[in-house]
Design a protein around this ligand. Structure first.
Ligand SMILES: Nc1ncnc2c1ncn2[C@@H]1O[C@H](COP(=O)(O)OP(=O)(O)OP(=O)(O)O)[C@@H](O)[C@H]1O
Ligand SMILES: [Mg+2]
Length: 602
């Protein structure tokens, strides 16, 4: 077959496949047009699940007589004029395709009267080459779109239509979604002449709850947790069902980005992460949330049905959603459900996470999960890699028991005394100033210059860790497996009071009414046995960030058993990071006279 240009109608019918999947998608497109036209009242009349007829009336700005035919042509839109406009879309439509697509697969009448026009006109279109006829008609200010016999000329599509009832259920859902996005607009929905839904507009914020109840049910409206958070130009408002009310299906999840309903992976992930540890793995949180951000921060032109968006600052958006939700969930467990307040929760400065998208794990029971944690590499924070090795090695290697340590140590010691060559457990350190010798499972003997020092391995560890924290605060990362411990009122109160200082130390906790949850930990320490020391950490009586850090690091190092190799690495790190080795050692170790010490050792 030679190459030919497709006739306009056929091209439109093919394109229609992207926009018009079923009656509900027709309703969505037409209602979105009404909203874009500034309508405050939209009436939807459906016959036979939309197979027979979809009639939608609005009181919006209307379409001038001379533009009626254009409105039905492809790529005809009043919403954008140039490429730049695509970068900051404020309307729901922008492609100029919806009406052309719908009219190519149905018998469509478009009647309209702008307020300034004395006469209303109607464009009707059906038949082979989409000839549009324009006639005067009686119509109030606003626009009506009447779609009859959907898919009458595309039998393949028609075949895919489900029963009247199923198609109407889809329409009902679309109307619910849209009605949730615009509380200031009234909607009514009729099926086969019967009024089934009426969502009257609400003007004041105080009456929003009522509208929410009409659309989502009284229970949700009365029991959900209200949320209103801000960060820079981002705003997240809406309602979350209490975690106890999580659903077995994910069908009660309404998320809007600048008024547009979305099903977006990044958003889902952020929400899911906030609920980690609070709901079972097989349950789904329920919510109605509205994210608002500058239009130039999102690209809406990425999906034919505009279900997905791309955020320019994806990490920040992800973290903002996560933080706003965890804040309000924490508050809920702290203070219980409260009357929705008009107060805005302004979030403090955030550091975007490095690996904000992690596959979420199945929540586990309240036990340690270290052995099962998959190993993780590439956490992107070089400054902490060495400590990650330290933390991980213990599991990978056979732990040397203390009698072996002593045996090995005294052998080393004898060699040390017999030769002037440095003797340590690794050749790597030959070039390093200072030597060390393990003399018990907790202590090492150091020789720096002429002096000898006795030092607790823990002190060395603590010093190395503190330096790492000082150099660059490690970013916090979600645990591969969430951890939670049972908590009584006392522990809960301590956890709450430590929330902020721990957060400033890259540890994020959360809570329910009887559990404390560990959500995020410093990068590189994800494999540490947190469950063993979470309670110790929460035992901190200090509130000041640095003091809490000291407590935190002490808890970590005292829960870590060091192998010879790890101690060697610690020592190397210590030496590398020290400008004045002897001085630094003297700070943390005890200077000893070798002969005296040897006497006590023997
Ligand atoms: N209810 C309405 N009130 C006023 N104008 C309307 C209405 N419906 C459609 N229009 C006009 O018709 C044009 C074409 O509508 P259509 O839905 O095909 O495209 P669009 O909304 O611009 O883009 P998209 O294809 O993304 O929906 C619109 O740009 C608008 O000017
Ligand atoms: Mg449109």
């Amino acid at each position: 077959m030679p190459i030919q240009i497709l006739p306009a109608r056929l091209a439109n019918q093919i394109a229609a496949g992207e926009v018009v999947e079923r009656p509900a998608s027709v309703v969505k497109e037409i209602v979105e047009n009404s909203l874009d036209s500034g309508a405050t009242s939209i009436e939807i009349d459906i016959e036979k699940g939309g197979h027979k007829r979809i009639l939608i009336r609005d009181n919006g700005s209307g379409i001038p007589n001379e533009e009626l035919a254009l409105a039905l042509s492809r790529h005809a839109t009043s919403k954008i004029t140039k490429l730049d406009d695509l970068e900051a879309i404020c309307s729901l439509g922008f492609r100029g395709e919806a009406l052309a697509s719908i009219s190519s697969v149905s018998r469509l009448s478009l009647s309209s009267k702008p307020r300034e026009q004395s006469q209303a006109w109607q464009a009707h279109c059906e038949g082979r080459d989409m000839q549009v006829q324009i006639n005067p008609v009686a119509h109030p200010d606003g626009t009506s779109v009447d779609v009859v016999d959907l898919f009458f000329n595309t039998p393949a599509r028609r075949k895919f239509l489900r029963t009247e009832k199923t198609e109407f259920t889809h329409i009902d859902e679309v109307v619910r979604r849209i009605a949730l996005s615009r509380f200031d607009v009234s909607f009514s929905l009729k099926h086969n002449g019967k009024l089934l839904r009426r969502y009257p507009a609400v003007k004041a914020q105080s009456t929003e709850q009522k509208r929410l109840g009409t659309i989502c049910g009284k229970e949700f409206a009365e029991q959900s947790i209200a949320l209103n958070s801000q960060y820079q130009q981002f705003e997240l408002k809406g309602w979350l069902a209490q975690p106890e009310q999580a659903k077995s299906q994910g069908d009660f999840q309404y998320f809007y980005v600048n008024g547009r309903m979305m099903r977006d992976k990044l958003i889902n992930h952020a929400v899911r992460q906030a609920f980690e540890g609070l709901i079972g793995a097989d349950l789904h949180p329920a919510y109605v949330l509205f994210l608002t951000l500058e239009p130039n921060q999102v690209d809406v032109n990425v999906h034919p049905a505009k279900h997905e968006v791309r955020f320019h600052q994806a990490r920040l958006v992800h973290d903002f959603i996560y933080r706003a939700l965890t804040d309000s969930l924490n508050q809920y467990f702290e203070k219980g459900q409260q009357e929705p307040s008009l107060e805005v929760n302004v979030l403090p400065q955030m550091k975007p996470n490095h690996d904000y998208i992690q596959p979420l794990q199945r929540p586990t029971s309240e036990i340690s999960v270290d052995e099962r944690s998959p190993s993780y590499s590439g956490d992107g924070n070089k400054s902490y890699d060495s400590s990650s090795t330290l933390a991980n090695k213990g599991k990978a290697e056979h732990l040397v028991n203390s009698s072996q340590v002593i045996k090995q140590s005294s052998k080393n010691y004898q060699q040390l005394m017999a030769s002037s060559q440095p003797v340590t457990s690794s050749e790597q350190s030959v070039a390093m100033p200072g030597q060390w010798l393990q003399v018990s499972d907790k202590k090492i003997l150091l020789n720096v210059g002429q002096n000898f020092y006795l030092l607790e391995t823990m002190a060395l560890h603590l010093s190395v860790m503190s330096k790492l924290y000082l150099d660059a605060m490690p970013v916090s990362q979600p645990l591969l497996m969430p951890i939670s411990i049972k908590a009584n009122a006392d522990l809960l109160a301590r956890a709450k009071s430590l929330y902020q200082p721990l957060l400033e130390n890259s540890i994020e906790i959360g809570w329910t009414s009887n559990k404390v949850i560990l959500r995020k930990v410093p990068a590189g320490l994800r494999q540490f046995r947190w469950v063993g020391c979470l309670e110790d950490i929460l035992g901190c009586l200090e509130k000041e960030t640095k003091k809490v850090r000291k407590h935190l690091l002490t808890c970590i190092v005292s829960n870590e058993e060091m192998t010879l190799v790890q101690t060697q690495e610690l020592w190397q790190q210590f030496v590398h990071s020290s400008a004045n080795l002897e001085h630094d050692i003297a700070q943390i170790g005890q200077s000893v006279n070798l002969d005296d010490w040897l006497n006590t050792y023997e």
